[in-house]
Design a protein. Structure first.
Length: 163
């Protein structure tokens, strides 16, 4: 028997979401990976470990620290947003890379945009997007075209963050 294409039990990753970025569209980046995670507390360390290993394989360890932090913060926000939905939806992570930068893209099903919180000095949480802004070259969010539910939040880890 000859099989054409993947078996029906194999799910292919969704296409990389298109987004407005000066360097071009996501499908023009030479390296990419995709990971779908349940909206569970263990999603954040799994996403971070995935990013660390993939960046090592891509010989981009100089960007690991900032990329891992961006993955952690954006995944944590996406998990919280997904947990607020009924039914709870998964979280999708794409990492795309060029020679000196890594693009982190996170999709969640919640239509509410990410908003940096006003955080009191003694607060123990709520600084995620402030860290993303400080550690990334750029970050933003958008609703995917084509009527897809949810939103994509992205951040660019580069050799010179915040510039």
């Amino acid at each position: 028997m000859v099989m054409l294409g993947p078996p029906s039990s194999v799910r292919l990753p969704p296409p990389i979401p298109r987004f407005p970025l000066a360097q071009g569209t996501a499908d023009e980046w030479p390296l990419w990976t995709f990971l779908e995670l349940g909206a569970l507390p263990g999603a954040v360390p799994c996403a971070r470990l995935h990013a660390r290993q993939v960046l090592w394989e891509w010989s981009l360890t100089s960007l690991s620290e900032s990329a891992e932090l961006l993955v952690s913060e954006l995944t944590a926000n996406a998990v919280a947003a997904s947990q607020s939905m009924v039914p709870c939806a998964p979280v999708r992570l794409w990492l795309l890379a060029g020679r000196a930068q890594v693009l982190v893209m996170i999709w969640d099903a919640c239509p509410r945009p990410p908003v940096p919180a006003e955080v009191r000095e003694d607060a123990e949480s709520g600084r995620g997007l402030l860290l993303v802004e400080a550690m990334s070259k750029r970050w933003d969010w958008y609703f995917p075209p084509g009527g897809t539910d949810g939103k994509v939040v992205w951040a660019l880890a580069a050799d010179e963050p915040g510039r």
